[in-house]
Design a protein around this ligand. Structure first.
Ligand code: SF4
Length: 323
């Protein structure tokens, strides 16, 4: 079976039925279709690398059921203040030297206060001056805050949908799905690129995975980056005992994201620490072309850069250069 020509074009009119049909394909057919779409838009040997730094850790008032940084759960993560601009820039320089092309900064807030936003804007300006792409994740944004970040030169704003609209209430109660969509709209209207994906392995069913992909792939413009995370179980959170996602199911998720959002960077995101090299290799084959690089993802471990370099060498992959 060849990839249908319509797979190769970005479209936002996907139906849940079409997406469910993709998930149901025999695995070799699904991966072949995804790889075909991948090759039509990208060099399949190149993987974009991003480094993520937590610029303000813990003490978050939200109750996302998977998160070590929520103040609602006893996870052992200590709340810290917003980092100084110079300290952040020192980390960005080190990330650049280690080969990262994008520097992502995350703050555990419901949304930024205006005085904090001044400091984040200074960080964005400093990282841009190093010649790196910038991304921040600060929680919910107003339209005005999105404009301020755009004016500071921010390239990407990360705000995930997490899961399907139906399953969402089992994961988060302090902000609604619509709140998230509103923030994404503000980011888009301000002219920034969107980084938006979700998490699998939180007890969702197959229909919820269809629902998450459907919510992402029917946004008026597809997110430029789509992080697909495998839940990292954190002791103390409601998701601490969730059953880990099956590796083949995770690859299917990557493949369906690739087919439905053909021009997006599909990021193999949290959960790589416990993922075998073989599963990661299948993800790259199925269209993943972005990873987080560096020893920590906010507060959870991530394969160290040397491990990634070894894996890249084994697979013949190279870091994607900046445009
Ligand atoms: S995921 Fe973000 S918003 Fe949710 S609790 Fe964690 S830091 Fe707060």
């Amino acid at each position: 079976m060849n990839a249908p020509a319509k797979d190769l074009h970005a479209r936002s009119d996907w139906t849940r039925g079409e997406i469910a049909d993709l998930f149901a394909l025999p695995f070799p057919e699904l991966v072949f279709r995804a790889a075909t779409v991948h090759r039509a838009h990208f060099d399949p040997t190149q993987v974009q690398t991003s480094t993520l730094l937590s610029i303000k850790t813990g003490g978050c008032p939200e109750d996302c059921g998977y998160c070590s940084q929520s103040s609602k759960y006893e996870t052992g993560v200590k709340a810290s203040k917003l980092m100084a601009v110079e300290s952040v820039l020192a980390e960005a320089r080190a990330a650049k030297e280690a080969g990262a092309s994008r520097f992502c900064m995350g703050a555990a807030w419901r949304g930024p206060k205006d005085k904090d936003l001044d400091q984040v804007c200074a960080m964005v300006e400093g990282v841009k001056a190093l010649g790196m792409e910038t991304c921040v994740t600060l929680g919910m944004l107003t339209a005005e805050q999105a404009m301020r970040l755009k004016q500071a030169g921010l390239d990407y704003y990360n705000h995930n949908l997490d899961t399907s609209p139906e399953y969402y209430r089992h994961i988060v109660s302090t902000r609604s799905y619509q709140d998230r969509l509103d923030t994404l709209e503000h980011v888009r209207n301000a002219g920034m690129a969107v980084c938006c994906g979700g998490i699998v392995g939180m007890g969702e069913n197959a229909e919820d995975r269809v629902g998450l992909i459907h919510a992402l792939a029917t946004l008026p413009v597809h997110p430029e980056s789509v992080p697909i995370n495998a839940l990292v179980q954190i002791e103390g959170t409601p998701q601490a005992l969730a059953t880990p996602v099956d590796g083949i199911d995770f690859v299917r998720m990557i493949a369906v994201a690739r087919i439905t959002m053909p021009k997006s960077m599909v990021r193999l995101s949290a959960g790589r620490e416990t993922m075998s090299e073989e599963t990661q290799a299948l993800c790259f084959l199925a269209g993943a072309n972005s990873i987080f690089y560096g020893p920590r993802l906010l507060t959870t471990p991530n394969p160290v850069a040397d491990t990634d370099r070894t894996l890249f060498a084994k697979l013949g992959l190279t870091p994607m250069p900046l445009d």
